[in-house]
Write a protein that binds this ligand. Sequence first.
Ligand code: NAD
Length: 472
Amino acid sequence: MVEKFLVGGEWRTSDEILAVMFPYDGSQAGAVYMATEQDLDDATAAALRGFEITRKLPAYKRTEILMNLHRLMQERFDDLVNTMIMEGGKNYKTAVSETTRALQTILVSAEEARRIEGEVLSIDWTPAGEGRQGFVKRVPIGVVLGITPFNYPINLACHKLGPAIAVGNSIIIKPPEQTPLSSILLAELILEAGYPPEALSVVPCYGPRAERMVLDPRIAMLSFTGSAAVGWMLKGKAGRKKVALELGGNAGAIVHNDADLDNAVSRISVGGFANAGQNCISVQRVLIHHDVYEEFVDSLIPAVEALKVGDPRDKDTDVGPLISMRDAERAESWVNEALDQGATMLIGGERNGTLMPPVVLSQIHPDMKVACQEIFAPVLTVMPYQDWDEAVATINDSDYGLQAGVFTNDIKRIMDAWDRIEVGGLQVNDVSTFRVDHMPYGGVKGSGFGREGVKYTIEEMTEPRLMVLNLT
Ligand code: NAD
């Protein structure tokens, strides 16, 4: 069956069909019609009409629609999980946790829809303002274009859809070409939940075609999650529209000599390999104080060895396939290049198609690709350090700055790390991979622009509007 796409509430077909492949064995998992340029223009026109309806929806109604969506997603939980397993090769455990998180994102959006408050301002700070009273309210920004990546196709779409509905924007989702089916399923549920149909489009197409919407001045905001290369390129083309970018990283962890090593090993062996390392906050660079380096590595290797690699449909698989053969070959070539440059493989194994067994590398130079670029695969590097300042400097020696983890029980070091580590979020006694969906989330440097996390997205998706009453 070929899935239709959605343009302003209307399900459409086209002459182009995109086959969606199961990354584990290359079999076909489904197919979707692709939106044409005309469909994208129609989606924008419908979104403008839809916004005239959604911007007038009262808060209780927006909350009710999001609560309906929450209930429908609970009812279709297994379908959401299975769609992600088949189109993205996501292992069952991660697919369940992503769907659970997506439910939370929608629930928090329903709650926040009631809390879009304003401010009362005194204007009479100067004689010119005497006798005047100011008020600020937040108004929905208009048409939002959400472009989403393959690696968390449901929750990251919900991070755009939930806040957009909460404030009364209309929204067009451009899903990734590898995993469009889960966005189509979400669209069905949002319509059933009662959002005005004109206000919602989901338009699968190859990336470059979507640039016409990025260029279109009628779209008020681009909310992009994906790679740094594409995100920053699109920001350069977005003109006057508001832009939010959630991009990649090569996150680091510092394990100091006073840390609880069992906790560090247990968190890092999960955080480096969850979703087969295809995670913008995956732990990639681990810096370990030289006093505890041997002990840490000796415990890490068996913990990584215990991860089960295989069929993502199996309930006990920890590490499933990479999204495509091309991505698996690229990651393998970076590992081989590092080995040629002097790295040592502490654990690894033969790649089998898209399945890449977890790799841990030591003897790392900071300029190896496995250290300085985003590998987006189940690959971890370990490096000893002599002193704390050197570890902080190494973490900061990166084009990226999304999240980082530090393992120490010394409060002064914790506060120092919080001051000096250049990231959007610091996790203490935990890994960069930790995220709950209401916290502010986003990066500095190459990792992004703006913050997600429902309340913070709501701020980005609204404009403050001032009114001053002259009472003289
Ligand atoms: P990608 O940049 O290749 O694609 C992301 C989206 O952009 C897709 O929908 C794609 O079709 C679209 N796109 C590509 N070229 C385009 C163009 N010219 N114009 C308009 N749209 C275009 O990223 P990906 O491979 O799908 O995802 C992996 C990347 O996403 C990694 O770098 C990862 O770190 C990042 N990511 C970041 C976060 C975050 O919240 N910070 C979350 C998940 C993934």
